[in-house]
Design a protein around this ligand. Structure first.
Ligand code: FAD
Ligand code: SF4
Ligand code: SF4
Length: 400
């Protein structure tokens, strides 16, 4: 039991009648009952069920006070990267986040640490050290083998409260998005999602969390002055990993998993792997982007056949997704994937900021669009002002 008096859920003992309803209601076993309820702040997810269940109004969840931190600032140390593992391999975004964390640590003079969580993840520790982690913290337990967001968040929050990192970076992957938001709520700290740049304020030492705002029309710089850790998520492909150095040494620390608990409301019945076309946008060297200007599925299929000849993956704009030309999971842009291929060929794409914001890492861009004034030509290295039909006929006739 943790008697953290700064914890957001409080029992107003003078009102409590001792009925015990709150303990029966809590799905997380976070309330131990003697004469009055005692809250285990490590186990509590602040779901609010007990507050609603209490007939005497004896439970209260308070809003964090400005300037008061759940994790005291003066004691924080370390720039942490939550390293996601997929099928036993490190997710590429973990390497990218480490590259940025190393740059930040040179300005902030905090150690870079990586956190691994799962059923059998320790084999990835040496790779994290090679990519820049001074220390790898491992939360390993068989009950964490399957990703259950609530359970992962509970264990990670426990670790954060114990070790008090200054900064926590998370990949904005399908898993990382939900997990980081849940953790930030439990830790009562701020989280800036989908940052495209991170820096350190030279005056205050605060993390500058930079991301597009207002539909991508301006860049916002967000700070977390009063709460810790400062949390930011970054999409895969936005930042660059540094070169690994396997001669580097680092420390591996195993977290105490004797208190690992599972959310009683969630039971894993089975896992099903969704069939996918196998195209991986993040790792593709050549991507062909299809826009609304491509107009028909017949043209999309012709472009697919052409792209297959040189191993390109076919993706598209949101308008192309909405028109049913491309699967939603292959959308490039602010609300889709950020990509950094060697070559991006945009066909029938106008080049609105919400699309092009995700192309910052592309080395070369070729635009094909009959409208010479289309904004895509403003960022393209090479432009061809013809229709998709015309371009494809010429390219295939020329043997390309
Ligand atoms: C909050 C928000 C988030 C968004 N997120 C995304 C996102 O993640 N990704 C994204 O892509 N968009 C996103 N959008 C939408 C974005 O603003 C644009 O509407 C979208 O990118 C336009 O897609 P497009 O270029 O395919 O279509 P259009 O803008 O309609 O452009 C079609 C182009 O095709 C050209 N064309 C016409 N005929 C032909 C032809 N025969 N051959 C070749 N070209 C032709 C036209 O000249 C035109 O330039 C978002 C918008 C908002 C508000
Ligand atoms: S807020 Fe939710 S998790 Fe926390 S003690 Fe109450 S019922 Fe349990
Ligand atoms: S439900 Fe309310 S009154 Fe009953 S034991 Fe819990 S806090 Fe006390």
């Amino acid at each position: 039991m943790n008697n953290d008096t700064s914890f957001a859920l409080r029992v107003l003992k003078e009102r409590c009648t001792g009925c015990g309803l709150c303990a029966d209601t809590c799905a997380y076993n976070a309330i131990k009952f003697a004469d009055v309820p005692e809250i285990d702040s490590y186990a509590c997810r602040l779901c609010g069920s007990c507050v609603q269940a209490c007939p005497a109004g004896a439970l209260q969840i308070s809003e964090p006070e400005t300037g008061k931190t759940a994790v005291p600032q003066e004691e924080t140390k370390g720039i942490w990267v939550l390293a996601e593992v997929e099928d036993g391999c490190l997710a590429p975004v973990a390497r990218e986040l480490l590259g940025k964390a190393v740059v930040l640590s040179e300005k902030l003079h905090h150690d870079v640490e990586a956190v691994l969580i799962g059923g059998n993840v320790s084999a990835c520790a040496s790779e994290l050290i090679a990519y820049g982690a001074r220390r790898v913290r491992i939360v390993e337990h068989e009950s964490l083998a399957a990703f259950i967001e609530e359970n992962y968040a509970c264990e990670l929050v426990r670790l954060v409260r114990e070790c008090r990192p200054e900064i926590l970076l998370v990949g904005a992957t399908p898993r990382g998005r939900g997990l980081s938001a849940r953790m930030a709520a439990l830790l009562q700290t701020g989280l800036t999602a989908d940052c495209t740049e991170l820096d350190i304020d030279s005056d205050t030492g605060l993390l500058l969390q930079i991301r597009p705002a207002f539909g991508g029309n301006l860049m916002a710089t967000i700070k977390t002055p009063a709460h810790r850790p400062q949390m930011a998520s970054v999409r895969p492909g936005v930042m660059k990993a540094s070169e690994p150095d396997y001669s580097r040494s680092g420390e591996v620390v195993y977290a105490d998993v004797s208190k690992v608990s599972s959310d009683r409301r969630i039971r894993l019945i089975r896992e099903t792997v969704e069939a996918s076309c196998g195209d991986s946008l993040e790792n593709s060297r050549i991507v062909v982007g299809i826009g609304r200007g491509v107009k028909s599925l017949d043209m999309v299929n012709r472009i697919r056949e052409w792209a297959a000849r040189f191993g390109a993956v076919v993706a598209g704009s949101r308008a192309a997704v909405e028109a049913g030309l491309i699967d939603a999971h292959m959308q490039v842009g602010q609300t889709g994937h950020a990509i950094s291929p060697d070559l991006y060929i945009a066909i029938g794409i106008s080049g609105q900021i919400q699309h092009t914001a995700a192309l910052a890492g592309a080395k070369k861009i070729i635009a094909i669009n009959p409208d010479r004034t289309a904004p895509i030509f403003g960022i393209a290295d090479y432009g061809w002002a013809v229709s998709a039909e015309e371009a494809l006929s010429q390219l295939t006739a020329g043997g390309l």
